[in-house]
Design a binder for this molecule. Sequence first.
Ligand code: AGP
Length: 578
Amino acid sequence: MCGIIGYVGQRDAYPLLLTGLERVEYRGYDSVGICTTDGTLHLLKEVGRVEQFKNKRLPGKQGIAHSRWATHGGVSQKNAHPFIAHDAFALVHNGIIENYLELKEELIEKGVVFSSDTDSEVILHLVVGHYQHGPDKNLLAAVQQAVKQLQGAYAFAVLNKDAEEIVAARDGCPLLVGIGERENFIASDATAFIEHTQKVVYVDDFEIVRVTKDALELFDHDGAKKNVSIVEVRGNIEVAQKQGHPHFMLKEIMEQPQTIAETMKVELPRIGRPKRILIVACGTASYAGLLGKYILEKFAKIPVVHETASEFRYQEPLFYPDDLVIAITQSGETADTLAAIRLAKKHGMKTLGIINVRESTIAREVDQVIYTRAGPEIGVASTKAFTAQLIVLYKLAFQLGGKKFEGKGIATLIEETLKLEDRIKEIAQKYVHNNHFLYIGRNLFYPLALEGALKLKEISYIHAEAYPAGELKHGPIALISEDMPTIAICPRHETYEKMFSNIQEIKARQGKIIALASTGDERMREISDDIIYLPKADGLLTPLLVAVALQLFAYHLAALRGCDIDKPRNLAKSVTVE
Ligand code: AGP
């Protein structure tokens, strides 16, 4: 996590760095900092968001900047990046240096004084030490020496006040260079500079890049020069704006009729029929994967193992020769998902990615990719990426089962679900003071219960738990009281009668029920306290409608509670550390 950006060119660096920072702020927003140079270093860094720097200015045509998601060291001004040494060198870092304590001790023994509690500052002092003791005072050579001592994950950029260059290195965290006219950028993400250039060079792991206003050179850790390959990235700035909506999350919820329709058009590559599928993912993507397991087993008749990537990577997973490992990820950068894919590849497994961000690290590492067409997702809470992932999983399950997924009328059904917004808001208003919620579902609707509860937790900070409804009597039913309403996902489906009984059991214990039910279900209306009638749809499409209704419920509860919906506390959009 953390977002970094750097600029070297002919224009004033500060406004370019500021806009770039706003775009990478989704990666972390605990603190923010900018350092420019015009022969003297100029520094601004504070706890909080980028917007506080809007009316400020720093001179210089070169600089680096950072938005932080705290790992080592609390959220404070002293731990904000950039870090400065000898009033001459500045550094920004994304990632975690695992051996930093050991390195820090060695540096302290040599007399280095640290100004922060971070792991990142260690990199700066290593680089500066090699620079000062090197034969030719060369920043690139100093970085080449320093990276050999680092264990962990990093993308970092360093500059010297007197040299018109930025040197940056990567291992495990995203880093790319934007090539402009007599100016160049480095960043964690191309959106940071997309209005200035769409020409991009992706820096790979174990590569170091030296950027001046007119040149870019790429090296490996041993100093050998590498070929540079430039790619054009697509993207425009409008998608990164709210377009009249109060939050990106709401804008992204509302975009789903289009993003689903677009994803329906995706042509899947030819994928041989595996004997078994392993799905690895995190968070929302993992819940899409769980629903994918149900669908793949039902329609493709292939056994599926669903694993949380952060657990999978440290197990000793059993792989069989004809397995297919599928990674599902919006960002394509999630550290645990990436590690799970690398583990699978190490064992010679075939890998497939279901990914939203083109040319992301995981997209470049898997054998085959299916891109979802959700477009850029800015809100930290994943919404349109989730429904797009489901569409791809449906298509894949049908293709592997020798059929075609029609998804007839799905975009219209989503539009109809969005029209339930006022009703959902009304219910949210009624429950705005509840601090605990239970979400229950069975079969295809259990992953939706998990996803609905996650949405509520992350943006409204309300405690929510999700269970397969059949599990209630094995413990969680003890939680039921008037103060813990249950969101029951109970459209007509094979398990409807079982759900009905579970709901009765809750009612018998004074629990309140908010039911998501099939239109016209009178029986359910009578037993529930509040009901959201879902548009009439084919059973297989109903989970998508449920997803949208639960997104709206979480959104409105959070909005009514005045939460910072697009940038919830403690979170970051792209989780590039473990
Ligand atoms: C979802 O709302 C979350 N913010 C989070 O769980 C997210 O889905 C997870 O971090 C995985 O991200 P990815 O899809 O980019 O891999």
